[in-house]
Ligand binder design. Structure first.
Ligand code: HEM
Length: 139
């Protein structure tokens, strides 16, 4: 990593910079809504779409609220739904490599739809790889 990128990532990690750059609560909702809009359209994501409740309203809100805390903003998920452990929250689902890749593909497309600096999109995509890898619970 070059010095410049290291400094930029350090800046992203301070305080609630990620949440602010993402556009705060509104930005988190936009990303979550775009993500689920993509999931509803992408044929590769059909299997993971059908793992969700038929009405995605709550899934959209849960992801948006989770993202706020994940980006070091307010803990909006916990405020409404209580504490969340991502692994156990997905353990009733069969998530293999294909399902993880489908989730990440939806996220790639959703990130591309955000009016955010490109470097920040890349940073967020890198951050999301880790929980996605941990959530994968079978080959
Ligand atoms: C690896 C691929 C993933 C798949 C296939 C997947 C799939 C799902 C599904 C089907 C649900 C709804 C569960 C239900 O209603 O029973 C869900 C919930 C959720 N997912 Fe994921 N997910 C994945 C990765 C992630 C990642 C990486 C994050 C966060 C960075 C995340 C955040 C959430 C949150 C916050 C909820 C709501 C949890 C709850 O309140 O129960 N998911 N996911």
């Amino acid at each position: 990593m070059t010095q410049d990128i290291e400094e930029l990532y350090e800046y992203y990690r301070e305080g609630d910079h990620q949440y602010q750059i993402a556009g705060g609560e509104e930005g988190c909702y936009k990303l979550a809504n775009d993500f689920y809009d993509v999931m509803e359209k992408l044929s590769e994501a059909r299997k993971i779409l059908f793992m969700h409740p038929g009405d995605l309203t709550e899934s959209r809100e849960k992801l948006a609220r989770f993202l706020a805390g994940y980006m070091n903003g307010p803990e909006l998920y916990e405020e409404k739904y209580g504490p969340l452990a991502l692994g156990p929250a997905h353990s009733h689902l069969a998530i293999g490599r294909a399902e993880k890749e489908a989730w990440l593909k939806c996220m790639d497309q959703a990130l591309a739809m955000q009016d955010w600096p490109e470097e920040f999109k890349i940073f967020m995509r890198m951050r999301l790889q880790t929980p996605a890898d941990r959530i994968q619970n079978r080959p």
